[in-house]
Design a protein around this ligand. Structure first.
Ligand SMILES: [Zn+2]
Length: 254
C-alpha cells in the first residue's frame, strides 16, 4: 500500500452506507479511480463538501493495485465552481461532460490532457459568460481528439481526397470523420452533414475552452453541429446521455 497525492475532478459520487461516500474521480496521474471517503457525512468529517460533483480537489489516497476502490485520506477543495451550481443549463452541460470523461478515462492511465481539458472547460462554464452550447461543442471535439477517434473533417478519411466544397458529406465516425461519396459505399455511415457544418466543426475543434466563450452560432448552424456531434458521439458512446435537451438545441426543442 502506498499513499498517493494527486489533483482530481469529481465526476460522479454515490452514497455508501449511512455516513460514507464513494466517488469516481479523474486524477491527472492515474486516470479515473474510485475512492471511498469514510464518514464523509459526519459533521466534523474532513471530506464534508469535498466530493461534490465537478469539484476540483487535491487528494491523498492509499492505493493498492488489487483493490477496486481506493481509500481517501485527504481531500481539499481547490475550486468548487460555485457558479455552475446556480445555472441549470451550465450545470447539466458540465455533468454531461463529466459523464463522457467517466466513460472514456481508464484506471491507471495518466490523463493530463483530459484533466486539463475538463478543468479548463469547467472554468469557462463557471464564468457565467458566453453560450454553453458552443463551449460544449468545443469540449466534445477536443475530447474526441484526445481519446484518439478524430474527428477531422478537412478531407475524406477513406481516400484523402478533398471533400466537396458544397453540399453534404457522409459522416463516418468509425473512420474518424467524414468520407466522400465513393468511400461512403464501403464504410459505416451514420448520416449526411452539410460540408459547411463540418468546416465549422473543424474550426471549433481548434479552439481552447476559454475561446469558446466568444463564439456565437446561428440557430440553424448550432442545431446542425449539435446533431452532428450526437451522431458522432452516439457511435462511440452508446451509454452517454445526449447533451441536446439541456442545451435547448436540436430536435427536442418544441
Ligand atoms: Zn474518399
Amino acid at each position: 500500500m502506498v499513499l498517493l497525492r494527486d489533483d482530481a475532478i469529481v465526476l460522479r459520487r454515490f452514497e455508501y452506507g449511512e455516513t460514507s461516500r464513494i466517488a469516481h474521480i479523474l486524477t491527472r496521474e492515474r486516470g479515473r479511480i474510485s475512492v471511498l471517503a469514510k464518514g464523509a457525512h459526519r459533521e466534523k468529517s474532513p471530506f464534508l463538501g469535498a466530493l461534490d460533483h465537478l469539484n476540483r480537489i487535491a487528494v491523498v489516497y492509499s492505493h493498492r493495485p488489487e483493490r477496486e476502490i481506493q481509500i481517501l485520506t485527504e481531500a481539499e477543495v481547490r475550486d468548487g465552481h460555485r457558479r455552475l451550481h446556480r445555472d441549470l443549463a451550465r450545470f447539466a452541460a458540465a455533468l454531461y461532460m463529466a459523464e463522457l470523461v467517466a466513460e472514456a478515462a481508464r484506471e491507471g492511465e495518466p490523463a493530463p490532457a483530459l484533466f486539463d481539458l475538463l478543468g479548463e472547460t469547467l472554468e469557462a462554464l463557471a464564468t457565467g459568460k458566453g453560450d454553453p452550447a458552443p463551449i460544449t461543442l468545443v469540449f466534445e471535439l477536443r475530447f474526441l481528439s484526445i481519446i484518439g477517434v478524430g474527428p477531422s473533417f478537412d478531407a475524406c478519411r477513406g481516400c484523402g481526397e478533398p471533400l466537396p466544397r458544397a453540399g453534404a458529406a457522409a459522416l463516418a465516425p468509425g473512420e474518424g470523420g467524414a468520407v466522400c461519396e465513393r468511400c461512403s459505399a464501403t464504410v459505416r455511415v451514420v448520416g449526411r452533414v452539410p460540408v459547411g457544418t463540418l468546416r465549422t466543426a473543424d474550426r471549433l475543434g481548434r479552439l481552447r475552452p476559454a475561446e469558446a466563450l466568444r463564439v456565437r452560432l446561428g440557430a440553424r448552424l448550432g442545431r446542425g453541429l449539435r446533431e452532428t456531434m450526437d451522431l458522432y458521439l452516439g457511435y462511440h458512446f452508446e451509454r452517454v446521455p445526449r447533451a441536446r435537451p439541456w442545451l435547448g438545441l436540436g430536435k427536442d426543442r418544441a
